[in-house]
Design a protein around this ligand. Structure first.
Ligand code: PEP
Ligand code: MG
Length: 324
């Protein structure tokens, strides 16, 4: 643990004037569990379910998946664990399920794959539901949604899987279902999506990539990859407003949430939860505890009036040195 930050473990993530934000973790491997609990995470905002699929040489069976998911759900119970359904394609490949495409990032990935293969989706959801029996801290999240229809179809399949396992005697509630906002089209469908699902979560890694048309893994254009680009910031603010207009919670689970300067701006926008790599959690909490909402709102207004992402980055660095 970081020198001096351990003492923050059990203190709330709240500003000097008492406004709080949920700090959650992104997980995927078993080893993430202890690291997260040691740092006082308030649940899992993103469990990347594809990671255990990627380290195998065939699809894990329903029972193998149930055992894996149970470990995550049990370790964090009663805190919520947000399990994302399989997000393969793009930069995440399975050796036993090859996808050959000219433009993988614009191709068959995330929910597009699983809606075309409902048998894969249903097995995974059944395993998640069985794993949550008696705990009921499961939330299910859908990756790479582009339109309302995909969300509805996925919800329909989840409901079907729930009816099935209930019929088989599994005692589990229907879990909250949410959608990731990571395809730019969904920025302008955020309200329609929020009407239909229980929560939204912004995947700023992909949202930045797609809004700026900059491959998130290409070093040649990495200078252009900037989540402080004004278009990204205005999109984020719009998504919060639309989710809250429908009374639905909204979080960020991309890397941005784990950067203290970005986290402060996201909190000023009104995000309810930030989900990050466990290693960043205490640093973000330290930053939150050193500011007040007046300062954060002023900072957000200043930044939203700027039209250059690099200037915003430099300005935020400067403000952070004041925070300490
Ligand atoms: C994202 O896109 O921001 C995200 C959280 O998902 P991933 O990084 O797994 O694509
Ligand atoms: Mg993503």
């Amino acid at each position: 643990l970081l020198e001096g930050l351990e003492k923050l473990r059990d203190l709330p993530a709240e500003t000097e004037d008492g406004v709080s934000v949920q700090l959650q973790v992104n997980t995927g491997l078993m080893t993430d569990i202890n690291r997260s609990l040691e740092r006082g995470a308030q649940g899992v905002g993103l469990y990347r379910s594809e990671i255990p699929f990627m380290i195998r040489d065939r699809f894990p069976s329903e029972e193998e998946q149930r055992v894996l998911y149970r470990e995550q759900l049990q370790a964090f119970a009663p805190l919520p664990v947000t399990m994302r359904t399989l997000d393969v394609g793009g930069d995440k490949s399975l050796s036993y399920f090859p996808i050959e495409e000219d433009n993988p990032f614009l191709g068959w990935r995330g929910i597009r794959v699983t809606l075309d293969h409902p048998e894969i989706f249903i097995v995974q959801v059944r395993a998640m539901l069985k794993a949550a029996a008696g705990l009921n801290n499961l939330r299910i999240m859908l990756p790479m949604v582009t339109n309302v229809f995909e969300a509805e179809e996925a919800q329909h399949l989840i409901h079907r899987a729930w009816l099935e396992v209930r019929e088989e005697g599994v005692d589990v509630d229907m879990p909250p279902v949410g959608v990731m906002i990571e395809v730019p089209a969904t920025i302008y469908q955020a309200r329609a999506l929020a009407q239909r699902v229980d929560f939204l979560s912004v995947g700023t890694n992909d949202l930045t990539q797609y809004l700026l048309a900059v491959d998130r893994n290409n070093r040649q254009v990495s200078d252009l990859y900037n989540s402080f680009h004004p278009s990204v910031l205005h999109a984020l603010l719009h998504v919060v407003e639309q989710a809250h207009a429908e009374g639905k919670p909204v979080s960020v689970c991309g890397e941005m949430a784990g950067d203290p300067a970005s986290a402060l701006l996201l909190m000023a926008m009104g995000f309810d939860a930030l989900s990050m790599n466990a290693s960043n959690l205490l640093r973000v909490k330290a930053a939150v505890r050193q500011v007040n909402m007046g300062f954060l709102r002023r900072l957000l207004n200043e930044v939203l009036a700027m039209d250059n992402g690099e200037v915003i980055t430099a300005y935020m660095d400067l403000q952070l040195t004041k925070v300490g």
